[in-house]
Design a binder for this molecule. Structure first.
Ligand SMILES: Nc1ncnc2c1ncn2[C@@H]1O[C@H](COP(=O)(O)OP(=O)(O)OP(=O)(O)O)[C@@H](O)[C@H]1O
Ligand SMILES: [Mg+2]
Length: 512
């Protein structure tokens, strides 16, 4: 169906794609796997006409594809679902789907025809969505369905998904994969990028592994396993389970009581109390959108709680802002690396001192000590294997996973007393996950108190000493990690079996 031959693309001295060959068959799900910065996104952006290859050819059905813009790609039947959705929040689902390819004649949009078309497609492919709903009110998982519908409406035969599951709940991921299997049964072909090896093994037919811009191998999914894939992509054996030392928890470093925090659309945290001790990781599990972000922001001093109390080592810090919290030994890894973690136009060196440039090691009487900053950045870049290892590169030019490594490297640099980490390994490859997990455990052994918020239950179960589950703005259950079962955690995550058994349950209203 599709053949890419000798595709090469360099950005300055970085060769992102080095003579890549890729064959996509009709009716297959083809996984694309590789470390952060290996060149996966670059390759599919070339296919979609967003980047121009320096060399190489693309054939569709044996004919030269001649793709130079995204609209060429759409004309050739290629659809792309980007990790950052490109929907217009103020328009309805149907309006978004047909935008730029409206049915009917003349300037007036035939909204009834658009809604009918969306309803037909969503029934045919099992993509549940209400065509009249306002996109701004939909959950991330449903918005993604709208993005997929957009490509189907334009008759895509080749669908490219770049890390589609990074933002989905396990249930949403299962639903998406069922839909994708339905597509290939209808003869569509899919290129799927994900760092989650288990997902790829479950849903794909073949997998192409890329390392440093080159194809390492293309393997048949049924003939491989996680260990082999990890080895192919990283070039060495990867420990998929980190070893956790016994650490005696010390005194309480952070305490919160009766926290009520408002989010963008009303109360998001409704009375949370917690305690984190030195040498301990408290894991917060839960489905996305149950108040985790607002809780993390309140604890980090980024968002002022409406009421309640936060203490750091016994001191009342409820009214302090993030800079004051930082000065008291708190570090914070936000969940949204693009928006809150990094400044894209700044260099890596500048990003490394974004929150600390006023300290005496980095500035003197108002002048920045550029050499000291650059040397510091270089040490952190080496320690975390950030690629490319160039302190002068702009943050925006880094691949997603490498941006994430920069944030974690920066936040752990100061050996914090308390670390609030929200999704520290989102979008990060298996080798880097192994490394970041090791770093978090090292901080714990050093005596840091860590709050680890993650949507990945496996990650929480591996690292946490105690697990709290958040649902609808509350902590509905807490348990020692050693005693936790997936079943119990799953029930709490669904809002059942908690202490407030008389609360309404099974509520699936959409949160944003
Ligand atoms: N616009 C750009 N300008 C400069 N360098 C870039 C640009 N886009 C990508 N690169 C570089 O090209 C290389 C490949 O990046 P790419 O985004 O394709 O990686 P990836 O495999 O998708 O990684 P990840 O898993 O982290 O998303 C990286 O070294 C990256 O820094
Ligand atoms: Mg990428």
């Amino acid at each position: 169906m599709l053949e890419m031959r000798g595709v090469t693309k360099a950005f300055g001295s970085t060769v992102a794609n080095d003579s890549i060959d890729l064959e996509l068959r009709k009716g297959e799900i083809h996984g694309l796997l590789g470390e952060n910065g290996a060149g996966k996104s670059t390759l599919v952006k070339i296919l979609y006409g967003l980047y121009k290859a320096d060399e190489g050819e693309i054939y569709i059905d044996g004919e030269p594809a001649g793709i130079t813009t995204p609209s060429d790609a759409v004309d050739r039947g290629i659809g792309m679902v980007h990790q950052h959705f490109m929907l217009v929040p103020t328009l309805s689902v149907a309006e978004n789907v047909v935008l730029g390819a409206e049915p009917g004649q003349g300037p007036r949009l035939d909204i009834a025809a658009a809604e009918r078309a969306v309803r037909d497609l969503s029934e045919r492919y099992g993509l549940r969505v209400d065509p009249t709903a306002n996109v701004g009110h939909l959950s991330v998982g449903v918005q993604q369905r709208v993005e997929v519908l957009k490509t189907l409406y334009r008759d895509a035969r080749i669908l490219v998904l770049d890390e589609p599951t990074a933002v989905l709940t396990p249930q949403e991921t299962d639903e998406l994969f069922t839909v994708l299997r339905g597509f290939v049964d209808e003869g569509l072909s899919i290129i799927l990028i994900t760092h989650k090896l288990g997902e790829l093994l479950g849903v794909s037919d073949r997998i192409t592994v890329i390392r440093d811009g080159k194809v390492v191998d293309t393997v048949v999914t049924s003939e491989t396993d996680e260990a082999e894939l990890a080895r192919l992509m990283v070039g060495r054996e990867v420990v998929l389970q980190v070893a956790k030392e016994d650490v005696e928890a010390g005194d309480v470093r952070m305490e919160a009581s009766d926290l009520i925090v408002d989010g963008a659309s009303g109360e998001a945290v409704s009375g949370v109390g917690l305690e984190i001790r030195s040498g301990e990781i408290l894991g917060v599990a839960g489905v996305d959108g149950n108040g985790q972000v607002e809780l993390a922001e309140a604890l980090a001093g980024v968002r002022q709680p409406r009421s309640g109390r936060i203490e750091l080592a016994g001191e009342d810090v409820t009214a302090l802002d993030s800079a004051a919290m930082r000065a008291r030994g708190l570090a914070y890894v936000p969940e949204d690396r693009g928006g809150k973690g990094l400044v894209g136009e700044f260099t890596l060196a500048e990003n490394f001192v974004l929150k600390t440039y006023r300290r005496s090691m980095f500035s003197k009487i108002g002048w920045l000590l550029r050499n000291a900053i650059r040397a510091f950045a270089r040490r952190r870049i080496d320690a975390f294997d950030v690629r490319p290892p160039n302190p002068q590169a702009s943050a925006a030019s880094l691949s997603g996973g490498n941006q994430q490594k920069v944030i974690v490297a920066r936040e752990l640099a100061g050996e914090p007393d308390v670390l609030i980490a929200n999704q520290p390994t989102r979008g990060v490859d298996v080798g880097a996950i192994e490394f970041i997990h090791g770093q978090l455990l090292e901080q714990r052994e050093r005596g840091a108190a860590i709050l680890l918020i993650s949507l990945e239950l496996d990650e929480i179960r591996q690292l946490a000493d105690r697990i709290a589950v958040m649902y609808d703005g509350r902590i509905v259950g807490e348990i020692d990690a050693a005693d936790a079962t997936d079943e119990q955690l799953g029930l709490w995550m669904a809002g059942r079996g908690g202490p407030d058994e008389d609360q309404p349950t099974g509520d699936d209203r959409v949160r944003s």
